[in-house]
Design a protein around this ligand. Sequence first.
Ligand code: ADE
Ligand code: ZN
Length: 334
Amino acid sequence: MELKRFIQELPKAELHLHIEGTFEPELMFKIANRNGIPLKYASVEELKKAYQFANLQEFLDIYYAGAGVLLYEQDFYDLAKAYFDRVHSQGVVHAEIFFDPQTHTDRGVRFETVVKGISRAMDAARNEYGFSSGLILSILRHLSEESALRTFEEAMAYKKYFIGLGLDSSELGHPPVKFRRVFERARQEGLKTMAHAGEEGPPAYVWEALTELGVDRIDHGNRSMEDDALVDELVRRRIALTVCPLSNLKLQVVKDLRNHPLKRMMERGLLVTVNSDDPAYFGGYMNENYEAIAEALDLSADELKKLALNAFTASFLPEDEKEYWKQKVHTVFQ
Ligand code: ADE
Ligand code: ZN
């Protein structure tokens, strides 16, 4: 109980969150019904029963099917607003949010529809809660480089909405280097960059994300721990890893949270953060992730504090806002 209250009161920043992964079954059915799109499952209960994943791909297949009911600006607004309402009540104060434009534009939904719906919810969260957020355009790595470049150039008409470029979807067989030119374009445009790497893929993919894409952060990065020289490089360059404990458990990246590398990562001096990834599918938002990993690894109050501070350090907030929130974290400890 003490632990729960403490985690609740910590001001938190979330740096690894896919907005399509916050699609709760109840809202999915509501939007599917109003858009006249049939779902493969008869009820919320049946859909939830399908949330058993042996690996990343099994999850992605269900996640993309779910996102297929989103058609209108209001749908994207409702999706994102539900996320903000939920995590505001958990003490999250800042979020850097991925969306997968190709998942929608490949179905004929206009880019503008997606961006306007999400950004209207971001504005509402700022107005209602003082919640700050940024939007990250994420490229689907199972699609071609050509599709990625086309998507990126289309996105530049809405550049003011974005803080960065990411890379997600099926990792194995789709090394970061495939998207070198898109990341080069992003850097030319002054965007921050990051890539999912080392979730299922080998340490070589994390190296590639660093050396070929020049990323500012690594999403997941678990398998970096297999390569000492890579860990040294990540530490030396202060490259943050956005780690997602419940995601790792649900996608069988770890078989048991007690074997999760998070604590060892911290002991090696890595800039590690805790995040929820796709909370509607993995059984928990930010606080549930903090609670689960704190219990499994028996994290101390100091370690939890460090994790909360790391998230602001690793965020793309302006320095004065980082400092403001870090002070607030210190205050919780007094
Ligand atoms: N898309 C949404 N969640 C993802 C994850 N954990 N890994 C890769 N792609 C994703
Ligand atoms: Zn992710």
